[in-house]
Design a protein around this ligand. Structure first.
Ligand code: G3P
Ligand code: MG
Length: 256
């Protein structure tokens, strides 16, 4: 089965808030996702792990120390325990009371947003996470507006075989073996896109991947000049901690 085409808007890249509008709101919370849409983003990126009781929960780190002031390991803690944590207050009193959302909750709360779901993987990739994310996508019927990505080729490959009708992106970070891994993963998984760290997004590479039929998303771009440059290169999407700034830059590049 061929995946649908990568979500797009004619004439400009998509703008997605990185973990929501994470420069100004607590990352990976409903408040941050809401804010990124208010700032004009087309959607947002988020991170998911499978928690101890099996649900796909939205949080970046393997534990809740940084955002929830708790040493709980996400993969061991049951959902009710994780829900007790306040993951808003660390970003400011105005956000006190924000809770760790589940993936289905987010998909339901923002019915028209493009959502890039990043599958997080510890040392051993949790293939059950791929199953759980497919379940959430089917339940909410959001196949047409999600992009599922991962740094883990085995996790993304597992997802791709479970849901060939959903768009995928292989994540690439800078590093000595980045290109060898990327080329091998693209050959093996056939994702719809490659999600490049901004340091890697040269004009030559963007054009080579695009000509090969692989969409290019670039993360995490907060500098407006860099967003304009990428928009002119024809990237499919940019992910930014400051989606309002990125949206303005994209508008300038499109001459609007
Ligand atoms: O999906 C792009 C980006 O989110 C990957 O890195 O660590 O911010 O999840 P990280
Ligand atoms: Mg991420």
């Amino acid at each position: 089965m061929t995946p649908p085409s990568y979500p797009s808007i004619p004439g400009r890249p998509l703008v997605l808030g990185h973990r929501g509008a994470s420069a100004e709101a607590p990352e990976n919370t409903l408040a941050a996702f809401r804010r990124s849409l208010e700032l004009g983003a087309d959607g947002f990126e988020l991170d998911v792990w499978r928690c101890g009781s099996g649900e796909a929960v939205v949080i970046h780190d393997a534990d809740a120390a940084r955002t929830g002031q708790s040493q709980l390991a996400v993969k061991d803690a049951p959902l009710p325990r994780l829900r007790e944590l306040d993951v808003g207050r660390w970003k400011g009193e105005a956000f006190a009371g924000e809770r760790i959302p589940t993936l289905p909750e987010v998909l339901e709360a923002f019915p028209s947003a493009v959502v890039n779901v990043e599958l997080k993987s510890g040392g051993i990739p949790d293939l059950g996470l791929a199953v759980e994310v497919v379940r959430a996508i089917r339940q909410q019927r959001v196949e047409e507006r999600v992009i599922v990505s991962s740094f883990s080729a085995s996790l993304l490959g597992a997802f791709r075989s479970l849901a060939p009708d959903v768009v995928t992106g292989f994540l690439v970070a800078p590093g000595a073996v980045a290109w060898a891994r990327a080329a091998a993963a693209v050959r093996a998984i056939r994702p719809s896109a490659i999600h490049l760290a901004r340091e890697l997004a040269t004009a030559d590479r963007v054009s080579a991947w695009t000509r090969a039929g692989v969409n290019v998303l670039v993360w995490t771009v907060d500098d407006p000049g860099e967003v304009e440059r990428l928009a002119r290169l024809g990237v499919a999407a940019v992910v930014s901690n400051r989606p309002g700034v990125a949206r303005e830059a994209v508008r300038r590049a499109a001459g609007l």
